[in-house]
Design a protein around this ligand. Structure first.
Ligand code: SF4
Ligand code: SF4
Length: 74
């Protein structure tokens, strides 16, 4: 995991929040954040990260390299 939201670019449109299969996204202090412990990069649910797919602002939902990439349990 995980994806993160670049808060300086987020317009707080809320489009991403209901699309997350893990309820990892929530509003906080006028912007939206991804809880990294809950983000599975949409693996097991969708081919593409849904927050990236629906976000109208390019490069706002991005990989957070401070976390190792998510690996689905096999
Ligand atoms: S990548 Fe998927 S699981 Fe992670 S925050 Fe975005 S929508 Fe949620
Ligand atoms: S879809 Fe993008 S701009 Fe809208 S709340 Fe989510 S991160 Fe912010």
């Amino acid at each position: 995991m995980a994806y993160k939201i670049v808060s300086s670019q987020c317009t707080a449109c809320s489009a991403c929040e209901p699309e997350c299969p893990n309820n990892a996204i929530r509003e906080k202090d006028g912007t939206f954040i991804i809880k990294p412990e809950k983000c599975t990069e949409c693996i097991g649910y969708f081919d593409d990260p849904q927050c990236v797919a629906v976000c109208p602002v390019d490069d706002t939902c991005i990989i957070d390299n401070s976390y190792p990439r998510y690996e689905a349990a096999v």
